[in-house]
Design a protein around this ligand. Structure first.
Ligand code: URQ
Ligand code: ZN
Ligand code: ZN
Length: 481
């Protein structure tokens, strides 16, 4: 396989600009970007005439091979990353989710073993699902020795992996000390639990009970609580899968006050609404059960405007695939339907089609939300998320005129459901390059098991130290009557 690749004649699109340029890659890195770079002997040449050449997509929220709700997702780290490559995504940030009382380092090592089979580069957020001195200690080890710079907190999933406020406060403060970003799944798990019991007491056992037990207010409360805790502690906060206008507004208000709050939006929440939950076909309704749930359509406008306004920063999928047989565990009790949907392959196409073709986003703004912003927020920019000399040769060639109809029949994911079923998009990847190798070309997927590398993400320590000093200087002044 030649280690030199020339991508010729395309329009290179980065988050800050677009320009006609060739891209020369050697030994897995980009070595030059410019006009008429010339073909070197033995180089592989990709013709990008009429195509956009963009940084490979970064999906900052996936769950490959996740043990959850009594089962394990259909996609493992190979099939899931291979599906991502077929859709132009070249890096995923997945999650290590320790069981309560499970040492963080044990869980981390377990997930690192599972991820060895990945076909693309990958990294991990580590979830803090419980607290004692060992968690305090392991967080430091993960930051200082393993290149973890983000810690996840589930405010939902009571009696499982939910964090109480004490854990949130202790862990957020520890993240600040270490220069790491706390992130949250923002739903009030106590309210969800109560509403679930009330639904079942009313005899609502089908999938329609899922969104009824997780209304937007339940997400907004948790988002506001996480934002307030972060504000008092002076630590940045990243809110995953923001799904509703109320949570997006909470982020916008905090940012308007100068607080460092960042938001993530899923391709699904931007384009799929809650009507599926009322479908009499159980498999269809249950296939859409994820948390937060798909919302009433009007919320999508608020999410798109959040991306356009810069209050929301990244797009992801929360790829967490369960098949119909697994979802059937909740046939008679919706609270037992494994939560999760797919999307890692479709994300960039769905967002390009609904975002760029509609005029909401420019191609550069698309690159920002599909790749560059995630790289910046998790401190791997410009190694990832940018086409520039020295960066990893992770790229996608994008044909803005080609169309594709998304379907479970053609998806690479091992799931048996597709929330984007039947959607015809305009704007699709024609080639994906990972570490300088062409791994996807015109429908031919050449994902290599185990080719992916674990990506270390350095702490933000210098940056956060300054911020910690700032927050002490500007601590709320005690009001003396
Ligand atoms: O909550 C998450 O992010 C994981 C457990 C995936 N499932 C989901 O419904 N979002
Ligand atoms: Zn979540
Ligand atoms: Zn998730």
């Amino acid at each position: 396989m030649p280690s030199t690749l020339l991508i010729r004649g395309g329009t290179v699109v980065n988050a800050d600009r677009a320009e006609r340029a060739d891209v020369l890659c050697r030994e897995g890195r980009i070595v030059a970007v410019g006009l008429d770079l010339g073909v070197q002997a033995g180089a592989e040449v990709l013709d990008a005439e009429g195509l956009y050449v963009m940084p490979g997509g970064i999906d900052p929220h996936t769950h490959m091979q996740l043990p959850f709700m009594g089962t394990v997702t259909m996609d493992d780290f190979y099939s899931g990353t291979a599906a991502g490559l077929a859709g132009g995504t070249t890096t995923i940030i997945d999650f290590v989710i320790p069981d309560p009382q499970e040492p963080l380092m044990d869980a981390y090592r377990k997930w690192r073993g599972w991820a060895e089979k990945s076909a693309s580069d990958y990294s991990f957020h580590v979830a803090v699902t419980w607290w004692d001195d060992s968690v305090h200690r392991d967080m430091a080890t993960l930051v200082r020795e393993e290149g973890v710079n983000s810690f996840k907190h589930f405010m939902a999933y009571k009696n499982a992996i939910m964090c109480d406020d004490e854990t949130l406060v202790r862990s957020f403060r520890r993240a600040l000390e270490l220069g790491a970003m706390p992130t949250v799944h923002a739903e009030n798990g106590e309210l969800v639990f109560l509403l679930q019991q009330e639904m079942k007491a009313l005899g609502v056992t089908g999938p329609e009970g899922h969104p009824l037990s997780r209304p937007p207010a339940v997400e907004a409360e948790a988002a506001q609580r996480a934002i307030a805790i972060a504000d008092v502690l002076g630590v940045p906060i990243y809110i995953v899968h923001v799904s509703c206008a109320e949570a997006a507004d909470a982020i916008a208000r905090a940012r308007a006050r100068g607080q460092r709050v960042f938001g993530e939006v899923l391709a699904g929440h931007l384009t799929v609404d809650d009507s599926a939950y009322r479908n009499p076909d159980f498999a269809t309704a249950a296939g859409h059960v994820m948390s937060p749930p798909f919302r009433e359509k009007s919320h999508q406008e608020a999410l798109w405007r959040g991306l356009q306004a810069g209050h929301l920063h990244t797009t992801a999928t929360d790829h967490c695939t369960f098949c119909a047989a697994q979802k059937a565990a909740g046939k008679d009790d919706f609270t037992r339907i494994p939560n999760g949907c797919g999307g890692v392959e479709e994300r960039m196409m769905v967002i390009w089609d609904a975002g760029v073709n509609s005029g909401r986003l420019t191609p550069s703004e698309f690159v920002a939300i599909a790749s560059a912003n995630a790289a910046k927020l998790f401190n791997i920019y410009p190694r990832k998320g940018c086409i520039t000399a020295g960066a990893d040769a992770d790229l996608v060639l994008w044909d803005p005129t080609a169309t594709r109809t998304l379907s479970v029949k053609t998806q690479k994911s091992l799931g048996d459901f597709n929330v984007f079923e039947g959607r015809t998009v305009t704007g699709v990847p024609t080639a994906t390059i990972s570490q300088g190798k062409v791994v996807y070309l015109h429908g031919d997927l050449r994902a290599e098991r185990g080719a992916g590398r674990y990506v270390q993400r350095p702490a933000f320590s210098t940056h956060f130290d300054a911020m910690a000093r700032w927050s002490k200087l500007h601590a709320p002044v005690a009001v003396t009557r």
